[in-house]
Write a protein that binds this ligand. Structure first.
Ligand SMILES: *Cc1c(COP(=O)(O)O)cnc(C)c1O
Length: 389
């Protein structure tokens, strides 16, 4: 099919041409004296994206899922108790991993569409007077439902009850797109992946840890090898890696960081807000609702609930077959009930309008009772009125 496939899933996201070009490199000796010139500044610049001066950043040749495992197995000890609120497929998978790794996982169910309930968290932590809970696992942006939780609020809760638990945050679909402040929020482990806000192919687990977490790594007795942070720290100190790095990904990451920092992280966050807000205006004009309940709306992905007599899968397959656009499916509990529009990464107003127009066409084809042009009209008015010259 002529033209691009319009990729509007929340990961992998579109890779900017400049990043694609930067990754087109011959292989090189990763033990050479010049390799640290690549790795060291990358690790340094990543700190700006994670909002940390005192923490330390890492890149593993792996994915976000490995990031969950790195945090759990390097900082905690076998059998430690962790608490997680589950309200979507990613918080579910993280909880399942912790169980499979032998941790004592306390799962609190929350409605899909809501995020971490700070009042319930506070109550539970307050009850835990013996401090049996060693870590709070928080999903910053639940990609399955398009829900963002208040991580600064989680930190306030921990502090208000003087609870020493570590704060682990899954920021795979938020970091580099939604405001993130490792130091200010006292996050001990922040987990991201290369194929979302970083606008790269999958293959990089991109992480940051607090000094409190890194101190715990020294004493943790959990067995680990490939995902050992100690080995990574030892090698990274001199600008090397404990095993063969994914070189094209690192060159791509160098370029992606240049693009992000040139734009400025605050501008990146503001752009994602605008992309999301235009999408939300369109959704409202169609007379549809987000899966996310008010106050939890994500700036990187919108999960849109279809009317009960419709199947979201039909919208997705029509959009793909007829219009060459890729949308995110509803996962697990919301399969068929929602479709998702990713507005994350290398996107601008007009690329967003492509998504909105394509979705509108596909919904009309599927017999949705919507006014042709209504979503597009609402979005263009919003983008026009808020665009800077
Ligand atoms: C994509 C995603 C993951 C999984 O990352 P992989 O890179 O696919 O392993 C985890 N958590 C969230 C919130 C995600 O969006």
């Amino acid at each position: 099919m002529a033209g691009r496939n319009h990729l509007y899933i929340p990961g992998p996201t579109n890779v900017p041409d400049a990043v694609l070009n930067a990754m087109h490199v011959p292989m090189e000796d990763h033990r050479s004296p010049i390799f640290p010139n690549l790795l060291k500044p990358i690790l340094q610049d990543l700190k700006k994206v994670f909002g940390t001066e005192t923490g330390q950043t890492f890149v593993f040749p792996a994915t976000g899922t490995a990031g969950w495992e790195i945090a759990l197995t390097n900082i905690l000890n076998p059998g430690d108790k962790v608490i997680i609120f589950r309200f979507g497929q990613f918080s579910h998978l993280w909880a399942e991993m912790a169980k499979r790794l032998g941790f004592d996982v306390e799962i609190h169910q929350e409605t899909w569409g809501k995020g971490i309930p700070l009042d319930r968290l506070e109550q539970r932590l307050r009850e835990d007077t013996e401090h049996k809970i060693k870590a709070v696992l928080a999903t910053h942006n639940e990609t399955a439902t398009g829900v963002t939780s208040d991580i600064g609020g989680v930190r306030k809760v921990l502090d208000s009850v003087n609870h020493p638990a570590f704060l682990f945050v899954d920021g795979v679909s938020s970091i580099a797109s939604i405001d993130f402040r490792l130091d200010e929020w006292g996050v001990d482990a922040a987990i991201s992946g290369s194929q979302k806000g970083f606008m790269l192919p999958a293959g990089g687990a991109i992480l940051a840890f607090s000094q409190k977490a890194l101190a715990a790594v020294q004493t943790s007795t959990y067995p680990r090898c490939f995902l050992d942070l100690k080995d990574q720290m030892t090698a990274n100190k001199d600008g090397y890696t404990p095993y063969t790095p994914n070189l094209p990904l690192l060159y791509g990451l160098r370029k992606a960081l240049d693009l992000l920092l040139e734009e400025g992280m605050d501008n990146v966050y503001a752009r994602h807000y605008r992309l999301a807000e235009g999408t939300r205006k369109a959704v409202a004009a169609w007379g549809l609702k987000l899966c996310a309940q008010p106050g939890f709306e994500s700036n990187t992905v919108s999960a849109i609930v279809v009317p009960e007599d419709k199947d979201a899968k039909d919208v997705i397959s029509t959009a793909f077959k007829k219009y060459n656009i890729s949308l995110g499916a509803g996962l697990s509990e919301v399969a068929g009930k929602v479709f998702r529009i990713g507005h994350i990464g290398d996107m601008n107003d007009v690329s967003m309008l492509g998504a909105i127009a394509g979705v509108e066409m596909a919904m009309l084809d599927c017999g949705f009772n919507i006014q042709p042009g209504s979503g597009v009209a609402a979005a263009i008015e919003y983008y026009r009125s808020t665009a800077k010259a």
